[in-house]
Write a protein that binds this ligand. Structure first.
Ligand code: APR
Ligand code: MG
Ligand code: MG
Length: 196
């Protein structure tokens, strides 16, 4: 386990810690940009109220709900859809890089990844911009992450150079790697370019 990472059990055993759960919903797609560039996968992120990009989800109250129940509640508020999340979607937990060291305010960020059908992802986008309670308030809009690299180098690298909340940027990069959504060499190039 990488440093700073916690197992689910260690995270749940932390006394006085607060917990937040976020999820990357994604699907495969055969669609092509300009009719020729394969889009391959559609991972969803959101533009938040603070102008930062992040994943859907939020604070969970473990005295009232489980991690997954809390995440499901956050998704219904932010996306306007009922999405079942289970323990098998939990991919990691770590201390927030921005929370203070005092245990009473330490925040543990749990991250989930769930693969869906393309139809379901479209439905999420529709509901998030129409009936979701948080639309136009905490959530300004859903965005698809471009995973391709165009001839001029734009695409994924440009997306990665935006500003992200908390550890959302590394959650995104780690998931692209773990679920093999971008070939390793392409991801490596996009990361180097994003840092230029
Ligand atoms: N990845 C990692 N960490 C994140 C992500 C993300 N995608 N999104 C948010 N965080 C961090 C934030 O920095 C915040 O500290 O997790 C914490 C809670 O996440 P939110 O999604 O912001 O929480 P939510 O419950 O949806 O919003 C409730 O909390 O952020 C404040 O005042 C804000 O009204 C909002 C309230
Ligand atoms: Mg929320
Ligand atoms: Mg939120």
């Amino acid at each position: 386990m990488a440093s700073g990472q916690l197992s689910r059990e260690e995270a749940l055993a932390c006394e006085g810690c607060r917990h937040a759960c976020h999820v990357m919903l994604f699907c495969n797609t055969n669609s092509k940009l300009f009719g020729k560039i394969p889009i391959r996968h559609i991972p969803l992120m959101q533009m938040r109220f603070d102008g930062l990009l992040g994943f859907s989800g939020g604070f969970v109250n473990l005295s009232k709900e489980s991690l997954e129940e809390g995440l499901r509640r956050e998704l219904s508020e932010e996306l306007g859809v009922d999405i079942t999340i289970s323990e098998e979607h939990h991919v990691d937990a770590c201390f927030s890089p921005t929370s203070s060291l005092s245990s009473s305010s330490r925040l543990i960020l749990h991250f989930y990844v769930k693969k869906m059908e393309e139809e379901e992802i479209r439905k999420v986008e529709q509901m998030a911009s129409s009936t979701a309670a948080d639309h136009g308030q905490e959530v300004l809009g859903m965005v698809r992450v471009p995973l391709y690299t165009l001839k001029d180098g734009s695409g994924l690298a440009t997306f990665l150079s935006h500003s992200f909340v908390g550890n959302a940027r590394s959650q995104l990069i780690n998931s692209l790697q773990r679920f093999n959504l971008v070939p390793p060499q392409e991801l490596h190039k996009a990361l180097s370019r994003a840092m230029e």
